[in-house]
Write a protein that binds this ligand. Structure first.
Ligand SMILES: Nc1ncnc2c1ncn2[C@@H]1O[C@H](COP(=O)(O)OP(=O)(O)OP(=O)(O)O)[C@@H](O)[C@H]1O
Ligand SMILES: [Mg+2]
Length: 349
C-alpha cells in the first residue's frame, strides 16, 4: 500500500495519500486535498486533556499533541529563526488554560518568555537567576518525593530512585500541581566565559539532569529549546539529551545539528530535517524513542495574542510557595491603564 501511495495520489487527483497500518490486515488511508502545512490552522475541535495539548498540524492533517504524561521531557532544536520560540509560544498558551504551573528560563534576557509573565509561576532571565531557580526546583522535586514516600509509608531513608509510583497515585487533594519548565536557548546555561563560572555551570547541568531523570514522577516536566545540542556543549550535554524522549527538529543548517536531535532515535528522519526550506518557519520533524517520525508545522500565533491569552489566564497561576520569590512581577495589562477621560467627538456632531 505504501508503495502505491504516489499512484493513488495521481489517480484520485489529491495533494497526498498517507498510509498507516492500524493492525495486521487493516490500514488507514488518509487523503489530503491540499498542502495543510502551507497555512496552518488548528482544527477547532482538537482534543485537549490535562497535560496533553495540540501544538501543531502534521502533514497528513492529523494533530500533533504534546502529551507530557506519555513523553515527559522534550528537546526542541533548530537554527535561528526556524520557529522554536513559536513552538514554545503555542505550547505555553495551550497549557496556560490548565491547572499547571509554568516556569521559564530564558537566558536571552527574557525576550521570549517575559511577555507571558502574568501566567508564569517563576521566570529566570539570565544564568545568574537560573542558577538560583534550578536548585529550588530540585528541592521542590525532592519534597514531592518525600510526600509520595510518606503517603506510601515507605521508610524515609529509601533512595528516591527506588520509588516507582508518582504524584498521580496521590489523592486529588494532596497531589502537587504539575510543573512544566520551559528553557529557551539551553546553550546559554552551558556556555561559560570564565574559569570561575565553570563550577556553577556544572551544578546547573547536574540539576537539569536530575530534573530530567526524576522529575516525571514528581510531576515536573521539561521542554528544552536550543540551536544545537551536542557533545561540544561540554560535560553533561549528551547525558541530558538522552533523557529527553520527545524530539522536535526545526530547520537546521547542517546534518550534524539534525543528528543531535534525531540521529539517536530516528536516523532516517535526519535527511528530512535538513531539507526543510528557510521560507517555512515552524516546519519541523518530530520523532520519539519509538522510532516513529513525521513532518509537522505550528500555526502562527502573534506574540501579542499569546501574551493576552496569558493575561486572561493569570488567575489560574498556581501558588507554589517555593517558587514565590521567582514569580515575575506581571507587567500592568493595557486594559488596566487609565483611559482618556474626554471622549472623541465626531467633527460634524
Ligand atoms: N508556524 C509558523 N508560521 C508562520 N511563521 C512562523 C511560524 N513559526 C515561526 N514563524 C516566524 O518565523 C520567525 C522566527 O520564529 P522564532 O522566533 O520562533 O524562531 P527561533 O527558532 O526561536 O529563532 P531564534 O533561535 O533566533 O530564537 C518569526 O518571525 C515567526 O513569526
Ligand atoms: Mg527563539
Amino acid at each position: 500500500m505504501a508503495a502505491s501511495c504516489e499512484r493513488l495520489r495521481h489517480a484520485w487527483g489529491v495533494h497526498a495519500v498517507h498510509v498507516r497500518d492500524i493492525k495486521p490486515g487493516v490500514v488507514e488511508l488518509r487523503l489530503v486535498g491540499f498542502d495543510v502545512l502551507r497555512q496552518v490552522k488548528m482544527p477547532r475541535r482538537a482534543e485537549r486533556e490535562l497535560l496533553a495539548v495540540p501544538v501543531a498540524v502534521r502533514e497528513d492533517a492529523s494533530v500533533f499533541v504534546r502529551d507530557y504524561r506519555a513523553v515527559p521531557h522534550q528537546l526542541v532544536l533548530g537554527a535561528t529563526l526556524s520557529g522554536k520560540s513559536m513552538f514554545l509560544r503555542n505550547l505555553l498558551t495551550e497549557l496556560a488554560a490548565q491547572p499547571v504551573a509554568l516556569v521559564g528560563i530564558d537566558c536571552k534576557r527574557g525576550v521570549e518568555l517575559a511577555p507571558f509573565a502574568p501566567r508564569l509561576s517563576a521566570l529566570a532571565t539570565d544564568s545568574d537567576e537560573a542558577a538560583e531557580l534550578l536548585p529550588v526546583l530540585v528541592k521542590e522535586m525532592e519534597d514531592r518525593y518525600d510526600l509520595i514516600k510518606a503517603r506510601q509509608g515507605i521508610a524515609p531513608g529509601t533512595p528516591d530512585e527506588e520509588i516507582t509510583s508518582d504524584v498521580w497515585g496521590l489523592p486529588d487533594d494532596e497531589r502537587p500541581v504539575p510543573i512544566v519548565l520551559f528553557v529557551d536557548e539551553v546553550a546559554e546555561l552551558f556556555l561559560v566565559t570564565s574559569r570561575k563560572d565553570e563550577d556553577r555551570r556544572d551544578e546547573m547541568v547536574t540539576q537539569l539532569i536530575r530534573l530530567a531523570q526524576l522529575g516525571r514522577a514528581a510531576g515536573i516536566y521539561l521542554e528544552i529549546c536550543g540551536q544545537r545540542f551536542g557533545a561540544e556543549l561540554g560535560r553533561g550535554a549528551t547525558m541530558l539529551r538522552a533523557q529527553l524522549t520527545g524530539r522536535v527538529c526545526h530547520r537546521v543548517n547542517d546534518e550534524a545539528s539534525a543528528k543531535m536531535a534525531l540521529g539517536d532515535i530516528a536516523p532516517e528522519a535526519v535527511g528530512v530535517a535538513v531539507t526543510i526550506p528557510a521560507d517555512r518557519p515552524g516546519l519541523a520533524v518530530s520523532g520519539d524513542t519509538s522510532g516513529g517520525w513525521g513532518r509537522m508545522r505550528t500555526p502562527y500565533l502573534s506574540l501579542a495574542d499569546a501574551a493576552s491569552i496569558c493575561r486572561e489566564n493569570a488567575e489560574l497561576t498556581p501558588e507554589i510557595a517555593a517558587l514565590k520569590p521567582f514569580r515575575p512581577i506581571a507587567a500592568a495589562s493595557p486594559e488596566a491603564t487609565p483611559i482618556a477621560v474626554t471622549k472623541p467627538r465626531p467633527a460634524t456632531g
